[in-house]
Each structure stands twice: as C-alpha cells, then as structure tokens.
Design a protein around this ligand. Structure first.
Ligand SMILES: [Zn+2]
Length: 125
C-alpha cells in the first residue's frame, strides 16, 4: 500500500513547515490528489490517521482535494473534465486535447490553530 509512504511524506512536510510556526499547532493539512495519481483517498486518510495517532502532531486533520482528470482543448484552449482520451471538446467540438490535470499529488495548504491559512504567503498580523 503506497499510500503509507505518501502519508509519511505529507507528515514530513508538515513537520518541516511546523518549524515556521513556533508556538502554534498545525491543525489541518490539505492535499491535492489527482484521479490519475493512483492514490486511494480513503486509504490515504486511513494511513494518515494511523501515523498521526499518539504523536505531537495530534490533532491533525487531513483534507483531501480530489482532482478529476482534466483536458485542455488544443483548438480553443478551454479546460474540461474527461474520463477518457479523445473526448470531443464541449466548447468547440475539437477532438485534439491534451491532459492538463488529474495527476496532482501535492500539499495544497496548511492551517494553523489560530485559523490563519498558510499557503506560502504570510498574512500580516
Ligand atoms: Zn475546444
């Protein structure tokens, strides 16, 4: 089950980030998982909870942002969700499109216990 490895790297990232928030507790972590990443969000959640339990990171919630497979039309440039290759564009009917999303596997955001959101940009205090 490779979800365990992924949950581990997410927690490593949370630990690294927590150094920036001395005295504050990270209470939520958002992870973007694409349909094509081959990760089962439920298995991921299960592994994550198992790893967090009993550690100083607790309580820590995991929010999974599931990203369906997405294509970009090469004729008109619009993005659309498509379960398969070669689906015609809903805007112009064009049949050439390229994969533009659905392979995400990344940390989306962290939330610290004062409710501030840390997405790389620090809000002024
Ligand atoms: Zn199009």
């Amino acid at each position: 089950m490779h979800e365990m490895g992924i949950a581990c790297s997410v927690l490593d990232a949370v630990r690294a980030e927590s150094l920036r928030f001395t005295g504050r507790h990270i209470c939520k972590v958002g992870v973007r998982i694409g349909e094509l990443a081959g990760v089962d969000p439920e298995a991921m959640r299960f592994c994550f909870d198992a790893l967090v339990r009993g550690t100083d990171l607790e309580p820590l919630a995991l929010e999974v942002d599931y990203c369906p497979r997405r294509h970009e039309c090469e004729s008109c440039g619009c993005h659309f969700f498509s379960p398969l290759d070669g689906m015609p564009c809903p805007q112009c009917g064009g049949s050439t499109s390229r994969l533009s999303g659905g392979e995400e596997l990344e940390l989306a955001y962290l939330e610290v216990d004062d409710g501030a959101c840390a997405t790389g940009t620090q809000s002024p205090e």
